[in-house]
Design a protein around this ligand. Structure first.
Ligand SMILES: Nc1ncnc2c1ncn2[C@@H]1O[C@H](COP(=O)(O)OP(=O)(O)O)[C@@H](O)[C@H]1O
Ligand SMILES: [Mg+2]
Length: 235
């Protein structure tokens, strides 16, 4: 029996649409997407530029709301939540990794990883301890005092992954995390996410337009023109 199929749904999308208005016209970035993301899954969403990957990630990450349809996180229907409730919910349950790393340039690697814990309001020494452990998990302990511009792109993205994981989220969303990396570092970042997924049982959803990065995923969803063209669960 396949563990992915039997795992509970962490996130449910039902008939999700997202329409953007552009002056007189509008564009349907997502057309009636229905999808269950299961706890512990390592899932890739792939497809050409403009297919709706980022729009879908913003909805899955509760950054953006659908024009129609429903999004449930666990038992929680997110449609009726106000902005403050959503911000709080995201901070507790979802980690984000971005294409441009989004590290704070004047903070060291360690301080960047501490940031989400400090925003939550924990004690500084505890934040320092947890952040150091997260940096150690991504293999960057000896770069903890380095500023981001002293690190390579691959190292910066590893810091960003440590920062996403330090709050122990249920779900990590990574929108094109390898778009600014060469193929060797892209592979390293996907392998690291896979390792963290297995070691910590964190659900990962990442997007890519590079099919070479799909060989270690549990499941891959191909988007085209805002619709799911295929949804394959790997053996
Ligand atoms: N904020 C926006 N305003 C208007 N159109 C948008 C906006 N965001 C995305 N789109 C459009 O929605 C479609 C899907 O975009 P996107 O989700 O960014 O695709 P991908 O990430 O796969 O490249 C594209 O046609 C894009 O131009
Ligand atoms: Mg995109």
């Amino acid at each position: 029996m396949n563990k992915i199929i039997t795992a509970p749904a962490l996130l449910k999308l039902r008939n999700v649409r997202r329409r953007f208005r552009l002056g007189e016209t509008s564009i349907d970035a997502l057309n009636s997407i229905s999808l269950d993301i299961h706890a512990g899954e390592f899932l890739a969403v792939w497809g050409p530029s403009g297919s709706g990957k980022s729009t879908l990630m913003n909805i899955v990450g509760l950054i953006d709301a659908p024009t129609a349809g429903e999004v449930c996180f666990g038992e929680q229907a997110t449609g009726g939540m106000d902005d403050d409730a959503l911000t709080d919910f995201r901070a507790r349950h979802i980690g984000f990794v971005f294409q441009n790393f989004n590290l704070v340039p004047v903070l060291s690697a360690l301080e960047n990883v501490m940031l989400p814990l400090q925003i939550r309001g924990g004690a500084e020494h505890k934040a320092r301890e947890l952040a150091a452990a997260a940096l150690r998990d991504v293999g960057l302990e000896r770069f903890k005092d380095s500023l981001p511009d002293k690190l390579s792109g691959g190292q910066r993205q590893r810091v960003a992954i440590a920062r996403a994981l330090v709050v122990e989220p249920k779900l990590v969303i990574a929108d094109e995390p390898t778009a600014n990396l060469d193929s060797e570092n892209s592979r390293m970042v996907v392998d690291l996410m896979r390792e963290m997924n297995r070691a910590r049982q964190v659900t990962f959803v990442f997007t890519t337009h590079d099919p070479r990065l799909l060989d270690h995923v549990d499941r891959k969803i191909l988007l085209r023109d805002g619709s799911i063209e295929s949804d394959e669960v790997m053996a």
